[in-house]
Design a binder for this molecule. Structure first.
Ligand code: MHO
Length: 211
């Protein structure tokens, strides 16, 4: 799907990256989700050797459909940001802003969320500098547990990389994790700003998947 005119990127860590990739992938306005490592200095991090990096989710989103403020609220409302360190920095609460606008929004929304939480928020906040993609087996982790459905998707996405970078795969990964409904997702796809024919194919493909 090619609809990234005003696309923005958000980068954050909120514990094991599998879950938040599915949660954010289910939201209208999210165009792509990927998981990886950020926030550290260890060169070429991998899952087994991430060093001082943190499990991180990176999303591309259309701000007219979902604002950065809404992304931040979803972020803070869906993890506890002040947990003691466990396995070093692997699961810390982390936010990396991509521009000054995002930094200002973070300051404002953080105060609101602190009032909601009733305590100070200790999320590590800094300017974005780096993100290393995690291994393929960690991308769309929940969707990968459905090889039957993935095989059917090969008809629409002959190259698996294209599927994994798509909004469609992000929604499916959220759907199998229990986010969203069958009819809600079908309706959303039918409203996507892509060609009529592609919309129909994706909606029909979704409805016909055997899990
Ligand atoms: N304890 C979880 C963490 C995985 S997440 C990618 C597990 O190993 O199942 O850190």
């Amino acid at each position: 799907e090619n609809w990234q005119q005003n696309m923005e990127t958000a980068t954050f860590g909120m514990g094991c990256f599998w879950g938040p990739e599915a949660r954010f992938g289910s939201l209208a306005g999210i165009l792509r989700t990927r998981v990886g490592f950020s926030g550290g200095t260890t060169p070429n991090p991998t899952y087994r050797k991430m060093g001082d990096h943190t499990e991180t989710v990176q999303i591309d989103f259309e701000p007219a459909l979902i604002s950065y403020e809404e992304v931040l609220k979803q972020f803070w409302r869906n993890h506890y940001p002040n947990r003691d360190e466990y396995k070093g920095r692997q699961y810390i609460s982390l936010l990396r802003y991509h521009n000054e606008g995002q930094a200002e929004t973070i300051n404002r929304v953080k105060k609101e969320m602190e009032a909601e939480l009733g305590e100070g928020i200790e999320t590590e906040i800094d300017a974005y500098t780096e993100f290393t993609l995690a291994e393929e087996r960690h991308q769309k982790y929940y969707l990968k547990r459905y090889p039957k459905a993935l095989a059917q998707l090969e008809a629409v996405y002959p190259e698996p990389e294209l599927l994994l970078d798509s909004a469609f795969a992000a929604r499916l990964n959220g759907f199998v994790k229990g986010f969203g409904t069958r009819d809600g997702l079908r309706q959303e796809i039918l409203g996507w700003p892509i060609e009529d024919a592609s919309r129909k194919i994706l909606a029909e493909t979704f409805m016909s998947l055997k899990w």
